[in-house]
Design a protein around this ligand. Structure first.
Ligand code: ADE
Length: 253
């Protein structure tokens, strides 16, 4: 589907005023492991890092004496607007670090296209992403215009204090799709929004014990009949999708 197993690591640049916010998320668990070489204990083979995170502080690029990056909006109103200069210089400097690898530029903003699994899959195939996490009331529109083409992406119809958490959400969703990141190569197959579930919701899952607090696991899952289990799961997934997210059902016909 996407890269060959030994494809070069995806580079993810993040431009933010708060790089420290990313340390705990990118420095733990699966996102951390994705940026490290991992040795398979069974074969001794080393899987190289599949991703490289490069965090840049936009403030470092401010030419202001006091390293200011934001000013009140023209026309009045609340809040502050991020200025063009530091954002533009940061993007240009970071892109020049690896000029042969032009990034897909992304701005996290509530005014963007809403993120869904189809968009995540598209982005997961790119060799390099450059994500700008805006803060304050927004970014001066002129630098957004000048940085086109740039995907403006929202993680949902609610407003957060900045683009940092949305950037982390996007990174998590993209990195887990890189080959070799999830323990089992299949583990992003049968999941909500996947093609194998027709873009719908996942089915319910059960594990031991077979009876808990008087509640039994559905009989069919203990039957060992894989065809029946598959059919039951697909039926459950369809039913849930119809009940909870009818907007995700495939068109009739
Ligand atoms: N910045 C603030 N709110 C946001 C959202 N919902 N999505 C992306 N960026 C944001």
């Amino acid at each position: 589907m996407c890269h060959a197993p030994d494809a070069a690591a995806m580079r993810i640049d993040v431009l933010t005023l708060f790089p420290e916010m990313f340390q705990s998320v990118l420095g733990a668990s699966i996102l951390k492991r994705a940026a490290e070489p991992v040795t398979d204990p069974a074969t001794g083979r080393v899987r190289p890092p599949v991703v490289r995170y490069v965090l840049s502080d936009i403030r470092d690029y401010s030419t202001d004496r006091h390293q200011k990056v934001d000013r009140p909006p023209y026309g009045g109103g609340p809040g502050m607007v991020m200025q063009c200069q530091p954002v533009w210089d940061a993007v240009k400097a970071v892109e020049a670090e690896q000029p042969e690898l032009a990034p897909t530029r992304i701005l996290m903003t509530p005014q963007g296209r809403r993120l869904d699994q189809a968009l995540v899959q598209q982005l997961a195939e790119k060799p390099r992403l450059l994500i700008i996490a805006g803060h304050y009331e927004g970014i001066d529109q002129r630098v957004i215009d000048r940085l086109q083409p740039m995907e403006e992406i929202s993680i949902g119809d609610y407003v957060l204090t900045g683009g940092e958490l949305p950037a982390m959400v996007l990174i998590d969703a993209v990195v887990r799709l890189q080959p070799g990141v999830l323990g089992h190569e299949d583990s992003s197959q049968d999941e909500s929004f996947s093609q194998s579930l027709e873009g719908g919701l996942d089915y319910p899952h059960y594990t031991r014990p077979a009876v808990w607090e008087g509640m039994s696991v559905p009989e069919v899952l203990l039957s060992g009949n894989h065809a029946e289990i598959e059919a039951w799961r697909r039926e459950q997934a369809r039913r849930r999708t119809g009940e909870r997210r009818p907007d995700l059902l495939p068109p009739e016909g």
